[in-house]
Design a protein around this ligand. Structure first.
Ligand code: SF4
Length: 243
């Protein structure tokens, strides 16, 4: 009998319960369980945002050969690529796979018109993020995400382990109990690399055309898709809602 907790076995499989330690608020226990339970069938979809830094560090404490993918939309800030290099330098054994969309930015402009992100951002995210993540998750039973409950109302019911309806997978979210302050305390305490744009008013960093700095006191995600009726790229459309 297959005892793996998967999208298909969700109803019947036993769900682990994790203790919440003081240092990592359960994150280390969740990662240890996930890496052992899924072996090579787990992928970390890393944005290289602030939350990614403690997550990578904790993962490397559990196991050094983690499959990490980055959705390389072709529209990221150069500073984001710089922090990827810094992470590679810090963890030489870490393999980072850049997932590119089928179309280059120029090909997308030819087929769909210039600046699709301004006119149809959902379609742009679908082409440049969702389809590449579907490819990255093909064959994997579970994926890891750095979602935190306090990031936004749409994330407040996220659990450590979630049945992901969007990607027909299991989504592991070790940082659900972390605050923004917790993330930065860990980064500073462990002297981790981070995207320099965080020091320039960008708490949440996505593609350059859809990200602006925020003013002091503004919501940390206020700079994403500013002026558009959009708050999520669609990767977390299956986030749990209140029952
Ligand atoms: Fe396109 Fe903006 Fe989505 Fe990036 S964040 S894929 S530029 S709509």
């Amino acid at each position: 009998m297959d005892l793996t907790l998967s999208y298909e076995t969700w109803e019947k499989a036993e769900k682990p319960v994790f203790s919440i330690d003081n240092e990592t608020k359960g994150a280390f226990n969740v990662l240890s369980w996930a890496m052992e339970h899924y072996g090579d069938d787990i992928v970390y979809a890393c944005s290289f945002g602030a939350e990614s830094m403690p997550l990578i560090d904790l993962m490397m404490r559990v196991r050094s050969n983690v499959r990490l993918v980055f959705l390389d939309t072709g529209l990221h800030f150069k500073e984001t690529h710089e922090v990827i290099q810094k992470v590679k330098d810090r963890y030489p054994g870490l393999e980072i796979q850049l997932m590119q969309p089928e179309l280059t930015v120029e090909e997308q402009a030819e087929q769909y018109g210039e600046n699709l992100w301004d006119r149809k951002p959902d379609q742009c995210c679908h082409l440049r993020k969702i389809v590449p993540l579907e490819r990255a998750l093909a064959g994997a039973t579970a994926w890891i995400s750095g979602l935190r409950r306090s990031q936004s109302p749409t994330r407040q019911f996220t659990q450590f382990i979630n049945r992901d309806e969007r990607f027909h997978s299991i989504k592991i979210c070790p940082l659900i109990h972390w605050s923004w302050k917790d993330v930065w305390s860990y980064i500073k305490e462990h002297d981790l690399p981070y995207n320099i744009l965080h020091d320039r008013g960008y708490p949440s960093i996505g593609c350059a055309p859809c990200t602006r700095p925020v003013a002091k006191g503004e919501d940390i995600r206020a700079g994403r898709w500013f002026g558009l009726q959009k708050t999520e790229c669609g990767l977390h459309g299956g986030s749990p809602q209140k029952e």
